[in-house]
Design a protein around this ligand. Structure first.
Ligand code: ZN
Length: 364
């Protein structure tokens, strides 16, 4: 079976308006490109084509998510509000989430893209899949767009697999450098969905993602946060996967594993302050594939989230795709050697202590 890949040109047409980084342009902020622009996503897809990867994968076509799909998570009032703004020259979905005309339809296509890729994996049409969607989704809450996210793509796809396709137990691993607060909130009192987020400590949102947010009611113990110190490299991430992610997945025994795949923990990301390189993402993918092979017939679906270094994201993405498909294209990452040799790329004592604290809180 092949690896599935999904993208669509309209994802690149989602307009995040003028800004400097994410500060809205105005009289004191000279207009520039918003940090969440199409660039890193477009270059990721382009590199896959140049490397020959697009000839190897099974192309999956996105369909827009339906209102029924998105309102399993979001309130109807929130969804309607996005449509009204989108039909009237755009607006902001809540917090730091500006959008232009047509972004309602594009956000539905983004959520629908993750659904289509997840269904292809669930139905056994592909062995695993990567959905290169935009806008991202893991910060979006039921009634509030946050952090460039309009609809909670992964949460919506998880809810559809459970409601329509008979999936029972689903795990979500979020390696984006920011906390997956939206996905956490969607399943906080649910013991059938295990949510694990690895992120830079108190980065965004700054008031969420602590180790004592463990879920509530019957969901207690089914939400795991691993806040890592800024400066964490491949050594820290691999240790967190060995000590927390893999054992938690084995204890939970999911039917399928989702990954919120942000490459903003990369070493030259303009927002994140972490140091992962393309081989690091390759290794993390390998570890998730080992768990998926052991627990759920290899069923693994990655949904794109953040990642803002247009120079670096494509190589991280290619490494992940090579691992998922089991095919080395021979196209080398020109930045890899530099990044492998950055000081403290290996696990540091204060990082080990933070990982230990998270493991203890998760009873691992
Ligand atoms: Zn992010």
């Amino acid at each position: 079976m092949k690896t599935g890949f999904l993208c669509h040109e309209l994802y690149m047409w989602h307009d995040t308006r003028s800004a400097a980084l994410f500060a809205t342009a105005g009289l004191t902020v000279e207009p520039d490109e918003h940090i969440e622009s199409p660039k890193s996503k477009r270059r990721f897809r382009s590199l896959l084509e140049v490397a020959g990867m697009l000839d190897i994968v099974e192309s999956i076509r996105p369909e827009p998510a339906t209102i029924t799909d998105v309102t399993r998570f979001h309130s109807k009032a929130y969804v309607d509000g996005i449509k009204v703004m989108s039909d009237n020259n755009g607006g902001d979905a809540g917090e730091l989430t500006p959008f232009g005309p047509g972004s309602y339809e594009i956000a539905l296509l983004s959520a629908g893209g993750v659904i289509a890729a997840a269904e292809a994996v669930w139905d056994g049409k592909v062995k695993n899949a990567y959905a290169l969607v935009r806008p991202p989704g893991h910060h979006a809450e039921a009634e509030l767009g946050r952090g460039y996210c309009i609809f909670g793509n992964v949460a919506i796809a998880v809810m559809k697999l459970r409601a329509v396709h008979g999936a029972k137990r689903i795990a979500v691993v979020d390696w984006d450098v920011h906390h997956g607060n939206g996905t956490q909130s969607a399943f906080y009192s649910d013991d059938d969905v295990l949510t694990i987020s690895l992120h830079q400590d108190r980065f965004y949102p700054q008031d969420s993602g602590a180790i004592d947010e463990r879920g509530e009611g019957k969901g207690e113990g089914y939400n795991i946060n691993v806040p890592l110190p800024p400066g964490s490299g491949v050594g820290a991430y691999e240790q967190a996967f060995k000590q927390i992610v893999q054992p938690a997945l084995e204890r939970f025994k999911p039917d399928i594993i989702f990954v919120s795949s942000g490459f903003d923990a990369g070493a030259v990301d303009p927002l994140g302050r972490m140091m992962i390189h393309s081989n690091g993402y390759r290794d993390l993918t390998k570890m998730l594939m080992e768990s998926a092979d052991k627990l759920c017939g290899g069923k693994l679906i990655l949904a794109h989230e953040g990642g803002y270094a247009a120079s670096h994201v494509p190589y991280c993405g290619l490494a992940v795709m090579e691992e998922l498909s089991g095919t080395m294209t021979g196209l080398e990452d020109p930045l890899l050697k530099f990044m492998e040799n950055i000081g403290q790329q290996e696990l540091q004592p204060h990082q080990a202590a933070a990982i230990n604290d998270a493991a203890v809180s998760a009873s691992l």
